[in-house]
Design a protein around this ligand. Structure first.
Ligand code: UD1
Length: 414
């Protein structure tokens, strides 16, 4: 329940990156020895991937809320066909990790947010290029290889998941695997840094071409996950939308550049510091146009929040979705706030209104859920957001963090 209209003030601390954590935790399957992973976000997707690792036989300890110590040396099963794997998209990383370690993997088809068709053909293309046979039986993906060998893989689209999965399968495979047209997202680089810290030889992550020279063995060590670009962006947009003056701490400002540029274009004042960004509202926002693209373009995972912000901007904004073909499903819910958003040809046309009216809405997926909260902060009166389990998958203590900034928000159990 949110009572809108309070501007946000103070400081908010950003947690570790969800999308890096859900790649790095299964990557531990490739390591012999204990991995201490710091800056772990406390979110449901991390709980889910950790429980799958435990199911496979890994030993997991949690010496602090944001630290995991995982030892997967004793894991002997490659059967991740459990129901838990279906609860999250990132369970597909078990394919690359188990294939890389055992040359066999059985993984139940991944779930996660529903943005329409979410194919894994590029992951499969990568595994096959390394010598694996991949079949899908009922809803379990089965990958087998007698021997894996290095190869070059060109990705038709710079898929984050395919890039990460090929890195995982290749890092203990003899020879040099080359991924061309690789994804450049910050969490791709974070996974490469983790693997290198454990003894892998991955070069070029963050560019279009990644070279992975296979090593025989990865050993344990300590690694700290990068801050969450999307959580940080969500708070930046929330401040610009609800008004106020907030310092967003523990972030990498470089990762925020595409958002910073667009918020400034809309009229928000932004000051960058070494590991923080200050966001200040400055009167009514102006219309802007944008298109989501792979990194360093504007992130698709901030598109719903940005469309929400623009509902109150002066003039007509156009937002084009360039990554997922059907990521505007939430707009029906958004329009319940009395806004004027029309979808035509994979673009949202947003005619700015003067005010939003509180509404009763549903979170249709993780980031759409965050945008319903932002709309609630912007609106007059009370807003009720249902299905917040979607939000719990990826935002640590969202209610507490917003309350600390002065929002009137509480979690109720019906
Ligand atoms: C990851 C993120 C997700 C984000 C997305 C794009 C995680 C756990 N999730 O998802 O939050 O929205 O990146 O930044 O990190 N595609 C294919 N074939 C494939 C794979 C992908 O055609 O085999 C297409 C998809 O349909 C989509 C595009 O490529 O249109 C992007 O997908 P991808 O980058 O793979 O996203 P995910 O890794 O699933």
């Amino acid at each position: 329940m949110i009572r809108g209209g309070n501007p946000l003030h103070g400081k908010v601390h950003i947690s570790g990156a969800k999308n890096a954590a859900v790649a790095i935790i299964p990557a531990v399957l490739l390591v012999e020895g204990k991995c201490r992973i710091e800056n772990i976000p406390q979110i449901k997707d991390v709980e889910a991937i950790v429980s799958i690792l435990k199911y496979l036989g890994a030993s997991v300890e949690r010496p602090a809320d944001d630290i995991l110590e995982i030892d997967a040396t004793g894991v002997s099963s490659y059967m991740a066909d459990c129901e838990m794997a279906r609860s999250m998209r990132a369970s597909y990383y078990l394919l690359g990790a188990l294939l890389g370690r055992f040359h066999h993997a059985h993984v139940r088809m991944p779930g996660g947010c529903d943005f329409g068709v979410r194919p894994i053909d590029l992951h499969i293309k990568g595994f096959e290029a390394l010598g694996a046979d991949v079949t899908i039986e009922r809803d379990v993906v089965i990958a087998h290889a007698k021997h894996l060998f290095a190869n070059s893989v060109y990705l038709d689209f710079p898929s984050v998941g395919a890039t990460i999965n090929i890195m995982l399968a290749a890092c203990r495979t003899p020879g040099t695997t080359i991924i061309e047209n690789a994804a450049k997202e910050p969490h791709v680089v974070d996974l490469a840094n983790f693997l290198n810290q454990m003894g892998a030889f991955v070069r070029g992550a963050g560019t279009d071409v990644i070279r992975i020279q296979g090593v025989e063995h990865l050993g344990g060590g300590t690694y700290s996950i990068i801050p969450d670009q999307i959580e940080a962006g969500t708070y930046m947009i929330a401040v610009a939308a609800a008004g106020g003056d907030v310092v967003i701490e523990n972030i990498i400002p470089k990762h925020m550049e595409s958002l910073t540029a667009k918020l400034m274009e809309a009229g928000t004042i932004i000051d960058e510091m070494d590991d923080a960004i200050r966001v200040r509202s400055n009167g009514r926002l102006k219309k802007i146009n944008l298109k989501t693209m792979p990194y360093p373009g504007f992130p698709t995972d901030l598109q719903p929040q940005m469309v929400t912000l623009l509902t109150k901007a002066e003039g007509t904004s156009v937002v084009i979705e360039g990554v997922w073909e059907s990521r505007f499903q939430y707009v029906e819910e958004l329009n319940r706030f009395g806004v004027d958003v029309v979808i035509a040809d994979e673009r949202a046309i947003i005619h700015g209104v003067e005010k939003l009216q509180g509404a009763s809405v549903k979170a249709t997926d993780l980031r759409a859920g965050a945008s319903m909260i932002i709309a609630g902060l912007m609106a007059e009166g009370c807003t009720k957001v249902e299905n917040v389990t979607h939000i719990d998958r990826g935002y640590e203590k969202l209610v507490e963090k917003l309350e600390n900034l002065g929002a009137s928000i509480e979690r109720i159990h019906e």
